[in-house]
Write a protein that binds this ligand. Structure first.
Ligand SMILES: C[S@@+](CC[C@H](N)C(=O)[O-])C[C@H]1O[C@@H](n2cnc3c(N)ncnc32)[C@H](O)[C@@H]1O
Length: 264
């Protein structure tokens, strides 16, 4: 039996269900995007047991969906947030093929901390709604490291809101935002009454005594957003090409919500 300050698996799964619901406020097509990403892993790696690294995994929403479709896969789920890592470990710690790792993607040499077998290169590096937290300089470093992890022909797949650049396409960048605002207003004309949003989810988490230590550690680490440039498509595409990726393009898209893909 877990003690009163330890999170039980069922309680962790409840928090993750609430996490998924609040994420869907911002990402109405979140499940479709997960499905498209996993389709690309399945069809693009061409093996039933791919080795996959999930960057900024949160509580493991993508990792568990991937393993449900590809149960022979191995997923190294990486994040620097002690709260979401703790939820993922408590909820899914016994899932075969899944390992959560506490790694800050901005730290030099982070890839070495994955503990990879030198004889087995990574088939796919994936991510959802996470890499826009990084700066352009951090993304350049990150994509060099990702290129070093992947086998030749391996895939990088990033589901995120990646916007057009106002400097090079001011009219389209504005229209992109207007369309998104209009769609959001049609979905939620009165705001989000009765729906828990990102901020409320974090407030609720902070009040759970079983997570107090993790919440304090999260505040100490201050992992957060680091500027708007990480949300620009041009920054990601440029950094991927600079890191030597052969093909870079969008595989799935709704407005600026897209699945950016690159082939090593
Ligand atoms: C909005 S959440 C998305 C989580 C998950 N991928 C999903 O789709 O539900 C963004 C995640 O990126 C992680 N993240 C941001 N910067 C990071 C960094 N420098 N190193 C590791 N993880 C990071 C955050 O801790 C957070 O869990």
């Amino acid at each position: 039996m877990p003690s009163s300050t330890e999170l039980a698996p069922a309680a962790a799964r409840d928090w993750i269900t609430r996490w998924d619901r609040q994420q869907e406020i911002y990402l109405p097509d979140r499940e479709d995007r997960f499905t498209a990403l996993i389709d690309a892993v399945e069809a693009g790696t061409g093996r039933p047991d791919p080795l996959v690294v999930d960057l900024g995994c949160g509580p493991g929403s993508l990792a568990v969906r991937l393993l449900a479709r590809l149960p022979q896969a191995t997923v190294l789920a990486v994040d620097a947030d002690p709260v979401t890592l703790s939820l993922g470990r408590s909820a899914y710690g016994d899932t075969p093929g899944l390992r959560f790792l506490d790694v800050d993607l901005r730290a030099a040499g982070w890839a070495a901390r994955l503990g990879l077998d030198p004889g087995r290169a990574v088939d796919a590096v994936v991510s959802t709604t996470a890499l826009h937290w990084l700066t352009a300089a951090e993304l350049h470093e990150l994509y060099h490291a990702v290129a070093g992890l992947l086998r030749p022909g391996g895939l990088f797949l990033d589901g995120d809101h990646l916007r057009l650049d106002e400097a090079s396409a001011p009219v389209l960048a504005r229209l992109d935002r207007v369309l998104e605002e209009r769609e959001d207003h049609r979905r939620f004309p009165d705001g989000y009454p009765g729906r828990e949003d990102w901020q409320q989810w974090w407030q609720a988490i902070a009040a759970d005594p079983a997570l107090a230590g993790k919440v304090a550690e999260r505040e100490r680490r201050a992992v957060g957003h680091h500027g708007p440039e990480g949300a620009l498509l041009s920054v990601h595409a440029g950094a991927l090409r600079a890191a030597g990726f052969a093909e870079v393009g969008t595989l799935w898209q709704r407005g600026s919500n897209r699945l950016l893909a690159a082939v090593r």
